[in-house]
Design a protein around this ligand. Structure first.
Ligand code: XIL
Length: 340
């Protein structure tokens, strides 16, 4: 069997694709992607700094390839992302007034969403609009247009492709304060007559946080608003968080620090088992609420390629995904399959 077949009746099983994987440079990667997953998200290339790096100059070569790959394998294609303060085209960061910012939003959303109208099944319209305390982030969008930029973005996207699902996507939504902010954000969009179909909780998690109770509450709180719930960027780090170390400088090179990079060559069996157990608990919970969950997407295919080898500090050896560096299924993979 495969992940996508095991969970076929429950929810979509997705993965994020790197540029290499979109270009299908590694046949083994393509084989695993097409066998295991029925949904794809572009890890980077659909972000504004790549799609419209300078005003009016759009680059669609790789995004076209990404969509063609999804069509070839009859996958659900998720678009990530239209409006985000990070990996934002530098010229947009310089915009100072609301007229110009609204013009950017209109042109960008119109151009990108209409190019893939009927092909991209759901979009992260706005990504990471909230601060940790649940208030709106003072991004360049907020600073120029105000809170209304959210309504503007969702209305524009719905006007172009009324059938694609429109998501709000963010991290740490299992934290009660931030979740409350996201609930208010969704209610605000709904009250303003904007179309909002779902919330994506990114799911960059650790072996013990967030708790299963918090994850469950997140599913319940968002679905109570009448929107779909997706886990859009799932990965579980097994490495220590540098911010937990008092006085740690995250810019320091931790490559050779045993404390920060404890498993440079292999993951000890005990931690492998902990990871499998954590994924097991999470997927049990997802299955319990399968009627509310539209999609679970892993943020990458294998441990060799995960962004967590380089974030929040560079040069570590992390093991957050279901396939090892040789694309072999790990214990966590088998555990998730065995739940079915
Ligand atoms: C990450 C990519 O995985 C990295 O390759 C890139 O350098 C930075 O962005 N939240 C998101 C994703 O919404 O787009 C981010 O992806 C991870 C955090």
């Amino acid at each position: 069997t495969s992940l996508k077949n095991a969970y076929r009746k429950d929810f979509l099983i997705g993965t994020a694709l790197s540029l290499d994987q979109i270009n299908t440079t590694n046949p083994l990667a393509t084989q695993v992607i097409s066998r295991e997953f029925n949904s794809i998200t572009a890890e980077n290339i659909m972000k504004s700094m790549y799609v419209q790096p300078t005003k009016g100059n759009y680059f669609f070569d790789t995004t076209d390839k990404f969509v063609a790959l999804g069509k070839k394998y009859k996958m659900f294609i998720h678009g990530h992302t239209l409006i985000w303060h990070s990996q934002l085209a530098p010229w947009v960061k310089e915009i100072k007034d609301s007229v110009e910012m609204k013009a950017f939003m209109k042109n960008h959303i119109n151009t990108v969403v209409s190019r893939y109208k009927g092909k991209i099944d759901s979009w992260d319209v706005v990504n990471e609009a909230l601060e940790e305390d649940g208030t709106l982030r003072k991004s360049v969008f907020f600073n120029t247009i105000g809170k209304d930029y959210l309504v503007h973005a969702y209305k524009l996207a719905a006007g172009i492709d009324p059938k694609t699902d429109l998501y709000y996507n963010d991290y740490s939504l299992c934290e009660p304060i931030k979740r409350k902010g996201a609930v208010e954000l969704v209610k605000y969009l709904q009250k303003s007559g904007a179309k909002i179909d779902g919330v994506g909780e990114q799911g960059h998690w650790t072996l013990n946080s967030p708790s299963l109770e918090q994850i469950e509450q997140t599913i319940l709180d968002f679905s109570a608003l009448g929107v779909k719930v997706a886990f859009s960027e799932l990965d579980i780090t097994v490495l220590p968080n540098p911010w937990d170390l008092q006085g740690a400088d995250v810019n320091q090179n931790f490559e050779n620090s045993e404390k920060m990079n404890p498993y440079p060559t292999a993951l000890p069996e005990s931690v492998q088992n902990q990871l499998a157990k954590r994924y097991e608990d999470i997927f049990k919970l997802f299955l319990k609420h399968k009627d509310k969950i539209s999609r679970v997407t892993f943020w990458g295919v294998n441990d060799g390629q995960t962004w967590l080898n380089d974030w929040p500090i560079k040069g570590r050896t992390n093991y957050p995904l279901l396939f090892d560096r040789q694309f072999k299924p790990k214990k966590a993979y088998k555990t998730i399959i065995s739940l079915k």
